[in-house]
Design a protein around this ligand. Structure first.
Ligand code: FUC
Length: 840
């Protein structure tokens, strides 16, 4: 332990748990009144972190509010007469081997035999021939791709006496992950609380009133699982097939019982079960209603069995659901969902207080790790309805709304990505359709990765695990795919993926051809190690998968034979994601391969394994065609200088090396960073939700906070456009969900990553504090974000200047702190906190 003091800043270091008197001495010796960092506002701690509205939602996508525990999701409408809870179970997927007997992850045979011919045609410049061959041989077979399915709606209808509800408020409290609703009617007060507990795997709702009793209420379940679920994606390949429709969800009624934990009361259940007809995936959901005082009757209302509560003073509603899906090939079935539900339902015998307490402990352990406060001199309007705040943002630049959207992104990741379930899909976990946009799948040419960019940096490493586990399940099908299409070893996954191991290219080259998916996903595996330092994980889980992805690229890259690039390793065939052209040398492929090789070289040295393989990677890496600067100073998207300066395409794949990659940076290779800037300027400041979010990350990496802020302003606009469009500008809905449009959750997660990158970057081996602080954010503080190497950071800035920072070393790694051209390098001990005063 020591104290070093140097101008123009002061570093104070101490071990956690060191005696207080010693701390005082250190602070005193340094001669600075070292005020403890404060979070100033309430982000992560106070009441204002809530979305709230004065009327019920009337639209699923734009107004209802999301709750989830990673497995079960619900969109809450908050109706006074009828509450609608649109519920989801994350593994409820149509498609897979159960739907299409010959299903094999989409692989169409023949590619491997043709790959040489395709490569030769490309090298000779015969793109027409190459494309024609690819259209037949490098496409996947979409039958059995399936789609994520909506489970249904729990409808809770109250027979209120006539009257106008007053003081209505529905709110999603991010500090508690609880939906709260209250209103008055004829002088009586009514309240509902709703949450979805991860530890209990249970949706829990509590209704209470100051009236003598609740109005009679009816609970029923409606499911869309009765229509044709078969998705004819983009009208291609399998139109006209006559697949059977889904079986109607069967609803069973269980007997009411009179006991709950020895208390008086009535309990009744509705069980919904069925099979998706197309693939036989079995599902079951159970609603349980409990009232300590009152009666519950079961009625058949037409087709619909209904629970009716009479004279209840308060009531509790519980829901859980599961399917027989498992992530294991070849059947992807076998989960004992009935048993799983029975176990979850046992938790209904806990008291409401106990359920809520455990839920809060679990959620807040994750959520409250980060506190964020901004001050730009403008007031906060947290008492104003959320959509109104958003509508005014262009004028108010309201800092508290930025904090809210930031913490909402973290909330959404916690709600949609927890261990033991699939990763967050295009809509996280929420979906109201059986033919959702893009099948609500896993898109691996940007979207899935963007969902997780912020996981480690915003201290939600646990929420990263569903993705990391999922990547493991892609290796085996991904091996078959690369053998099948390219005749080589290793593994990869292309543009679109479902939970049944669809790793083949999509069924049209124009969007489906992208061999870089596997290599890109490996960034996440390695990143988890960089933040956690978990060597066992690196050795046993991450590195073997990274190595096999690198094997794929070692064979896939080809020595170019002709012209000025002769001798370089080039990706062929290649296709810059969703932008083309079908040919050779899409820069993104090269950057993915180069970074994967770099990560494998680093990882194998850390693990002290594979020396020979490492040399092979070092040699190959040096030969990969490096990024090129084109005629208008741009970073070329392809090996040929084809970029159009007027092109506004939403994918900016050729800047991968800038973000999420690390091989281009302002300090390391400024000329390439400058070229990235040109490319970005060309693409403009618009784009779909995720595209804007990516641009925020890019500008942060270019250390231009003011430009990043411009993009934030472009995203923080209120929209209600729900139709699918790749040309409409992205924005936010009234419920702050990101509008691609339509709703796509990547933009919510991507903006959190972007804001974090503006405040902290650590991908270049240094902990760079406030690398891209916009002039708008004059003062503020952030606490609990993390840097590579295992550091937890807290800092405060005023008048655009970093005032002080506290870095806690979690792993005892050496630390280099960097701010405004000042650098401090020190060794650290595990648990030690380094306080630095940056302003005299
Ligand atoms: C990619 C994007 C689209 C959309 C889809 C889900 O293909 O090009 O804009 O986000 O994923």
């Amino acid at each position: 332990m020591g104290l070093r003091s140097s101008n123009p800043f002061t570093v104070i270091r101490f071990r956690l748990f060191c005696p207080l008197w010693f701390l005082f001495c250190l602070v005193g010796c340094a001669g600075y009144p070292f005020a403890p960092l404060q979070s100033h506002g309430q982000s992560g701690g106070g009441k204002s972190l809530a979305l709230h509205y004065s009327k019920p939602a009337s639209d699923w996508m734009t107004q209802a509010l999301p709750l989830g525990n990673g497995k079960i999701g619900a969109m809450v409408f908050g109706g006074v007469e009828c509450e609608r809870l649109a519920v989801n179970e994350k593994s409820l997927w149509a498609g897979g081997p159960g739907e299409f007997e010959a299903y094999n992850g989409g692989n169409l045979s023949g590619g491997a035999e043709k790959i040489e011919e395709i490569r030769n045609a490309i090298e000779k410049g015969d793109y027409k021939k190459a494309q024609a061959l690819a259209d037949t041989h490098l496409v996947g077979f979409g039958a059995g791709f399936g789609a994520y399915q909506a489970l249904g709606d729990i409808l809770i209808c109250f027979s209120h006496e006539k009257g106008k509800p007053l003081n209505y408020r529905r709110e999603l409290d991010l500090n508690e992950a609880i939906h709260k609703l209250s209103y008055d009617l004829n002088g009586k007060h009514y309240e509902r609380e709703l949450f979805i507990s991860y530890p209990h795997n249970l949706l829990v709702m509590h209704c209470v009133t100051t009236a003598d009793s609740l109005p009679e209420l009816e609970v029923a379940f409606q499911s869309p699982l009765s229509s044709l679920n078969y998705r004819d994606m983009f009208g291609s390949v399998f139109s006209g097939k006559n697949l059977p429709s889904i079986q109607r969800g069967r609803t069973l009624l269980l007997e009411t019982s009179l006991q709950k934990r020895g208390e008086r009361g009535t309990v009744a259940s509705l069980t919904i079960d069925g099979k998706i007809n197309s693939n036989g995936l079995a599902y079951q959901g159970e609603i349980r209603l409990y009232c300590p005082v009152g009666e519950i009757e079961i009625k058949q209302k037409g087709d619909t069995p209904t629970l009716v509560l009479k004279k209840g003073k308060e009531c509790f509603l519980f829901f859980t659901a599961a399917t027989d899906y498992t992530p294991i090939s070849p059947t992807y079935k076998g989960n004992d969902f009935v048993k799983a539900n029975a176990l979850s339902m046992k938790n209904t015998f806990l008291s409401y207080g106990e359920l809520k307490k455990r839920h809060l402990e679990d959620y807040q352990t994750l959520f409250k790790r980060v506190q964020f406060h901004l001050d730009n001199g403008n007031p906060s309007y947290s008492e104003m309805e959320t959509d109104k705040r958003l509508a005014r943002f262009s004028k108010t630049n309201e800092p508290a709304l930025i904090e809210l959207v930031y913490q909402y992104g973290r909330y959404l990741l916690i709600a949609s990505s927890r261990s033991g379930a699939l990763p967050a899909n295009l809509q996280g976990i929420w979906n109201d359709s059986n033919v959702p946009p893009w099948c609500c799948d896993y898109h691996i040419n940007i979207n899935l990765q963007m969902n997780y960019w912020m996981a480690e940096a915003t201290n939600l490493s646990e929420c990263h695990l569903p993705l990391l586990d999922y990547i493991q399940t892609l290796v085996e099908p991904g091996r078959k795919t690369v053998q099948n299409y390219y005749g080589i070893d290793g593994w990869t996954v292309h543009t679109m993926n479902n939970p049944f191991g669809f790793t083949a290219p999509g069924w049209e080259v124009g969007w489906g051809f992208f061999p870089g998916g596997g290599g890109w996903l490996c960034k996440h595996l390695y990143q988890h190690y960089l933040y956690t330092g978990d060597l066992i994980y690196l050795r046993e889980k991450a590195y073997p998968v990274m190595k096999e992805a690198a094997l794929f690229w070692l064979d896939y890259l080809q020595p170019w034979k002709t012209g000025k690039w002769a001798g370089y390793l080039v990706s062929t065939p290649s296709f810059s994601p969703e932008h083309g052209l079908f040919g050779a040398g899409a820069s993104m492929d090269h950057q993915i391969a180069e970074e994967l090789f770099a990560d494998c070289i680093e990882a194998s040295s850390i693990l002290k394994v594979d020396e020979q393989f490492r040399s092979q990677l070092i040699e190959a890496k040096a030969k990969i065609l490096p990024p090129q600067i084109g005629s208008w100073g741009q970073l070329q998207e392809w090996m040929e200088d084809r970029d159009d300066p007027k092109d506004k395409h939403r994918h900016i794949s050729h800047l991968f090396a800038l973000h999420p990659g690390r091989s281009i940076s302002v300090n390391k290779n400024p000329e390439l960073a400058e070229a990235c800037k040109k490319s970005l300027k060309g693409r403009g400041d618009g784009g779909t939700g995720w595209s804007i979010a990516w641009k925020i990350n890019f500008w942060a990496r270019l250390l231009d906070g003011d430009h990043a802020w411009k993009l934030i302003k472009n995203l923080f606009r209120l929209t209600s456009q729900t139709e699918v469009s790749v040309n409409s500008p992205g924005a936010l809905y009234a419920n702050l969900l990101d509008a691609h449009p339509p709703f796509q959750i990547d933009g919510n997660m991507g903006v959190v990553s972007g804001i974090t990158e503006m405040l902290l970057q650590s991908h270049m081996g240094k902990v760079h504090l406030l690398p891209a602080l916009p002039s708008q954010w004059q003062s503020g503080s952030i606490k609990g974000i993390k840097a590579e190497g295992g550091f937890e950071i807290q800092m405060r800035w005023e008048m655009g200047q970093l005032v002080e920072s506290e870095v806690t070393s979690l792993l005892g790694n050496p630390l280099t702190l960097y701010y405004d051209e000042k650098e401090i390098s020190i060794s650290t001990k595990k648990g030690e906190t380094i306080k630095t005063r940056w302003v005299q």
